[in-house]
Design a protein around this ligand. Structure first.
Ligand SMILES: Cc1cc2nc3c(=O)[nH]c(=O)nc-3n(C[C@H](O)[C@H](O)[C@H](O)COP(=O)(O)OP(=O)(O)OC[C@H]3O[C@@H](n4cnc5c(N)ncnc54)[C@H](O)[C@@H]3O)c2cc1C
Length: 414
């Protein structure tokens, strides 16, 4: 979709939209609206766009395999449609083919302490794979043709790969990830090049207000620098910061919410490696992603979890000291290597290690090791509309472009 080829409609010329938050959700929405001829003001508290979770995550394009502790497939059904449309929507938006997709799909390694038994995992994966294969958009998934099936690893392959005292089974799945830093750079360039988007950086949004009585409802944004507006529509895409701003309009879209701050390792190696992309699941939870042989994502969940709370007020976290950073890096490597020895080659060939991450908001709570914890379900996500105010819980990076498209259509069509 190119901006120049679209003539703005009368409605879109009249619209003036405030987009709150410059993560993937806010940037995709702002770009799509601007390309429909809508003037957008994008508010971001940092000096840059896409500086948090949307740059520093593993980029799994979820088909739903991670959520086998939700056997009724509620979460998978919610994530699948958006995941399958991630590639075509982003390619359209960025005007280029999606690059740096993981070399091989994910192996799921079922830990002995997993909250789902091997039989339950097998059943869940089989049901999910049927759902994926039957989906009319299955062929749009990154990595080429339609996602191939799920295969349980034969014992000798599992033995060669992992410390089998820690694992019960392994499955080859079709799931892939994308390098989110690469996409973040492309999105920043696209927003910069768009004349209809005005970015207000270093602007903390505190709340909102509306003024009725005129022909159209007018919305105002309250920032630390004063009031901004009027706007015809507002998209609240602040993710972890979203509930506080919604609450100033007495909007409540929460179901047992929690926030966490997670750090992971982004590693570049001095030579190409064929380390497999794998997920250690679930209870014990870790991830390895091999994007292009030299760029890797590594996470050991307990090592990188630096803040967790059910209180929705997002605190300003003090920066990690050098010692704290070194501890997280060392713990991440040692735990991953203990489970998946091939990770040692990433550590031994690391030329650059960046420790980074972001806030995670979830309509779910509790520990990953508790099978009944609501954090295992992620289906209370998406767009909440109240008049001209749209509050969006992105839920996952992989469904953000699809949600942005839906938001744009709702605003354009009125
Ligand atoms: C370690 C990690 C791994 C993850 N792995 C995956 C994965 O593999 N696949 C997947 O699909 N998802 C994953 N996620 C989740 C994914 O990163 C998020 O769903 C997605 O990035 C959220 O995008 P967003 O634009 O809604 O929020 P954000 O990227 O958080 O953007 C919100 C923006 O709003 C700004 N902001 C917040 N409050 C205010 C305020 N009051 N005023 C002004 N600005 C404000 C923030 O600075 C930020 O720039 C992961 C997250 C983490 C942290």
């Amino acid at each position: 979709m190119q901006g120049a080829s679209i003539s703005p409609t009368r409605r879109s010329r009249q619209s003036r939209v405030a987009v709150l938050g410059g993560g993937i959700m806010g940037c995709c929405t702002a770009l799509m609206l601007a390309r429909e001829g809508v003037s957008v003001t994008l508010f971001e508290r940092e000096k840059i766009l896409l500086g948090g979770a949307s740059r520093w995550n593993e980029g799994k394009i979820h088909l739903g395999f991670l959520y086998c502790a939700d056997p009724a497939l509620h979460t998978a059904k919610e994530l699948l449609q958006g995941g399958l449309q991630f590639k075509p929507i982003m390619e359209d938006l960025l005007g280029t083919a999606l690059q740096h997709v993981t070399l091989e799909p994910d192996l799921y390694l079922v830990h002995r302490k997993s909250v789902a038994s091997v039989d339950d995992t097998r059943r869940y994966f089989s049901a999910l794979q049927e759902m994926v294969a039957a989906h009319p958009m299955a062929s749009l998934y990154p990595g080429g043709e339609a996602p191939s099936g799920v295969a349980e690893l034969p014992r000798h392959e599992l033995d060669a790969l992992v410390d089998t005292s820690r694992f019960q089974a392994g499955f080859a799945t079709p799931e892939r990830s994308v390098c989110t830093q690469h996409i973040a750079d492309q999105l920043v360039d696209a927003v910069r090049a768009e004349p209809l988007i005005e970015c207000c950086f270093e602007t903390e949004v505190l709340g909102a207000g509306d003024a009725r009585g005129s022909e159209r409802e007018a919305l105002f944004i309250v920032t630390e620098n004063g009031e901004a507006g009027p706007f015809t529509h507002v998209v609240n895409a602040l993710w972890a910061g979203r509930p506080t701003v919604d609450s100033t309009l007495q909007l409540d879209t929460l179901h047992n919410p929690s926030i966490r701050y997670r750090l992971s390792l982004f590693v570049e190696t001095s030579r190409p490696l064929n380390t497999p992309s794998a997920v250690i699941c679930t209870g014990p939870f870790g991830d390895v992603k091999n994007y292009d042989g030299r760029r890797f994502y590594l996470s050991w969940y307990p090592a990188g979890l630096v803040y967790s709370s059910n209180n929705m007020t997002v605190p300003v976290l003090p920066p990690q000291s050098t010692t704290q950073q070194q501890t997280i890096i060392a713990d991440t490597f040692s735990n991953l290597i203990a489970h998946l020895p091939k990770v040692e080659e990433i550590r031994d060939n690391a030329a650059r290690i960046t420790l980074a991450g972001g806030w995670v908001f979830a309509n779910g709570r509790g520990s990953l090791s508790n099978p009944r914890a609501s954090v295992h379900r992620r289906d209370h996500v998406g767009i909440h509309q109240s008049g001209q105010w749209f509050s969006v819980d992105t839920g996952k990076y992989s469904i953000a472009p699809w949600l942005a498209k839906e938001l744009t259509q709702r605003i354009i069509q009125g």
